[in-house]
Design a protein around this ligand. Structure first.
Ligand code: UGA
Length: 428
């Protein structure tokens, strides 16, 4: 099939490249000409494992352009995958979505399916439909479909090609047929619902996962107060099939471009519809408090922060990505800097991006360089590289052998047996 994708961010580009991989002809469009140039040269503007290989492999089936017209004119399905950043009041800024809908309308000359892929609040599909109806130049028919994505950064390709489910929100049989044809090669369950339910599935799923994380973080705090071990508690809870072990990893709270924004947006849309989603407000509060408690943990261990050298391992919001949006590391480094600490930092992928936020901290080339003369080492992202560190060497390099691990990557007994002072989350 012929598909146009508008927006070449994580979601749009992954969608385009994967649709090409399953045999479709794709035109990927982005207003950022630099991005398009890079893509034409076979390079990816984002770091996502496997994406560059797929871009090269499917070169013949993917075209790139900076004009929305190219995404619309010859294609039967057009995806909107532009950003929906948060406004200061927590509502999503849907102006990019609206602009794209208006432009699509201008180029409509025959029946097409317009797919909302960006994460948007319930009822947005209706607004896209109204907008296109207002701006289209002739009597042409079209359908708007909601097809939310559930891709995780770092495993986006696999999540697209082997998803747990594909959600398709439709209002017509014609659109249903075309969408099922589009995804025919992907053998996962396909759930066909109305557009509002599809939109809600996305917001409710992300908010539920965020709730799971805040819940386990709250339990981790109780573990610390009682001397219980959060890893054992999570294991015991997770074996109950109704609960499941995944997303029960305690830490410094969730970050990234999705959970914080989507929780805000769900609170906002609920309020707008007349429902106070107080549970989600608490999820947000717990998430922020988790970072504050981590700072307290550092202070409880080091006493005075001023003039101490603190080494930070891990800057990205999670492993296998260079994304630092809403990363807990930003809040933690900022707080420690305000208290007068000297910060040294290392991350396998995210240093370049972090340089735009903190220019005056020392970036290192290896974890060992960070450890050198540090009074304390913080683990803020659970990169595999950190799990394999030579802790004996780290200890010899440090000024004081103190590790405060926000991701529970080490076995406390093992680290303590090397004479480290070791603090982690929800366990002794
Ligand atoms: C998330 C969802 O998992 C995807 O299904 C969804 O498509 C995506 O948002 C989106 O809306 O676009 P992502 O933000 O890439 O994907 O990251 P996750 O792997 O879900 O992790 C989110 C945050 O939760 C990270 O900060 C991670 O460290 C934290 N987390 C996750 C925990 O603190 N504990 C856990 O047990 C799991």
């Amino acid at each position: 099939m012929k598909v146009g994708i508008i927006g070449c961010g994580y979601v749009g580009l992954t969608t385009g490249v994967c649709l090409a991989e399953i045999g479709h002809s794709v035109v990927c469009v982005d207003s950022d000409e630099e991005k398009i140039k890079k893509l034409i040269s076979g390079k990816t503007p984002i770091f996502e494992p496997g994406i560059e290989e797929l871009i090269k492999k499917n070169k013949k089936r993917i075209k790139y352009s900076s004009s929305i017209k190219d995404a619309v004119v010859e294609n039967e399905i057009i995806f909107i995958a532009v950003g929906t950043p948060s406004n200061p009041d927590g509502s999503p800024d849907l102006s990019y979505v609206e602009n794209v809908a208006r432009e699509i309308a201008i180029y409509l000359t025959e029946y097409k399916v317009i797919v909302e892929k960006s994460t948007v609040p319930v009822e947005t599909a209706q607004w896209i439909k109204k907008t296109i109806q207002r701006y289209k130049k002739n009597n042409v028919e079209f359908d708007v479909v909601s097809n939310p994505e559930f891709l995780r950064e770092g495993s986006a390709i696999k999540d697209f090609l082997q998803p747990d489910r594909i959600v398709i929100g439709i209002e017509s049989e014609k659109a249903k047929k075309l969408m099922l044809k589009l995804y025919k090669k992907i053998k996962s369950p396909k759930i066909v619902v109305d557009t509002k339910s599809a939109e809600l599935i996305k917001h409710a799923s992300n908010s539920f996962l965020a709730t799971k994380i805040s819940f386990i973080n709250a339990v981790a705090n109780i573990c610390e107060l009682t001397g219980a071990d959060i890893e054992k508690v999570a294991l015991g809870m997770g074996l109950d099939k109704r609960i499941g072990r995944s997303f029960l990893n305690a830490g410094v709270g969730y970050g990234g471009s999705c959970f914080p924004k989507d929780v805000d947006a769900f609170i906002w849309i609920s309020e707008k519809l007349g429902y106070d989603f107080s549970l989600l407000k608490e999820v947000k509060i717990i998430n922020q408090r988790q970072k504050e408690l981590f700072i307290k943990k550092i202070e409880d261990t080091l006493w005075i922060i001023k003039d101490k050298t603190i080494g930070v391992l891990g800057l990205s919001f999670k492993p296998n990505t260079d994304d630092i949006r809403e990363a807990p590391s930003i809040y933690i480094i900022q707080s420690l800097k305000q208290k007068g600490a000297k910060i040294k930092a290392y991350d396998p992928k995210a240093i370049e991006k972090m340089k735009n936020i903190f220019k005056d901290i020392q970036y290192c080339k290896t974890p060992y360089e960070v450890a050198k003369s540090a009074d304390c080492l913080l683990i803020l992202t659970e990169w595999d590289e950190f799990k394999k560190l030579n802790l004996k060497k780290i200890k010899d390099l440090m000024n004081m052998p103190i590790i405060i691990d926000a991701r529970n990557i080490f076995d406390p007994q093992k680290v303590k047996s090397l004479s480290f002072i070791y603090k982690s989350i929800g366990r002794e």
